[in-house]
Design a protein around this ligand. Structure first.
Ligand code: AP5
Ligand code: ZN
Length: 214
């Protein structure tokens, strides 16, 4: 399967991805995670992206298209993939189509994580992440066994620099202005499925499974 997960910040893309990935043996390509790793490692890419990400704005199409183009060549991505946080602009979607056309493949489904903006601040400000595994927790909705400690490795959890109420406003604005047109783009191709992302995490997983089996 070749899937795109699209939705505003905090809608649950990163929470559902590992579950879908394991169930269908897909690779999980999250441009946000890859960019954060580049920022932490202070690579040239990370140095370019850092400030833009901290402001909650989108980094340039060329940067992310380059990352995805490279990542999709991995053998583990040949059978299928989950794109989480990409494409985020119509220009990125067009580039992706070109890349897939060259391989003779196309996107099977776009899962649209539909959710009201008002719910997102609480989700974003309560989030804790384990950067190296991508595991995500929430102080109220998915607390770790020990506060601020990863359940599996015992390593410390971190909060994202852009997870403030203030930066969330810019991220939401970017979503509505630049990413919602991507949903229209794929709707015209008839591949968008609506996901009720306001439900509790386990119920969202069930909905994802239903959509993917149909
Ligand atoms: P990115 O990392 O993609 O961030 P985002 O799109 O803002 O999405 P989030 O990771 O915030 O949300 P999510 O849907 O994954 O939520 P999660 O499942 O963790 O991008 C970051 C930045 O990188 C961008 O601003 C931009 O600068 C740059 N960037 C990335 N890709 C780019 C691109 N293609 N082009 C240009 N720039 C790009 O859940 C959130 C919290 O809620 C967690 O704590 C979780 O435990 C909890 N939760 C999840 N589901 C539920 C539920 N059902 N009920 C209750 N709580 C829940
Ligand atoms: Zn995410």
């Amino acid at each position: 399967k070749r899937l795109i997960l699209v939705g505003p910040p905090g809608s649950g893309k990163g929470t559902q991805s590992p579950i879908i990935k394991d169930e269908y043996c897909l690779c999980h390509l999250a441009t946000g995670d890859m960019l954060r790793a580049a920022v932490a490692a202070k690579t040239p890419l990370g140095i370019k992206a850092k400030e833009t990400m901290e402001k909650g704005e989108l980094v340039s199409d060329d940067l992310v298209v380059g990352i995805i183009d490279e990542a999709m060549k991995k053998p583990s991505c040949q059978k299928g993939f989950i794109l989480d946080g990409f494409p985020r602009t119509v220009a990125q979607a067009e580039k992706l189509d070109e890349m897939l056309q060259k391989q003779g493949t196309k996107i099977d489904k776009v899962l649209n994580f539909a959710i009201d903006d008002a719910i997102l601040e609480e989700r974003i400000t309560g989030r804790w992440i384990h950067p190296s595994s991508g595991r995500t927790y929430h102080t109220k909705f998915a607390p770790p066994k020990v506060p601020a400690v990863d359940d599996v490795t015992g390593e410390p959890l971190m909060q994202r620099k852009d997870d403030t109420a203030e930066v969330l406003k810019s991220r939401l604005e970017a979503f509505h202005r630049q990413t919602e047109p991507v949903i229209d783009y794929y709707s015209k191709k008839g591949v968008v499925a609506q996901l009720p992302a306001e439900k509790p995490p386990k119920e969202v997983t069930v909905e994802v499974q239903k959509l993917l089996s149909s």
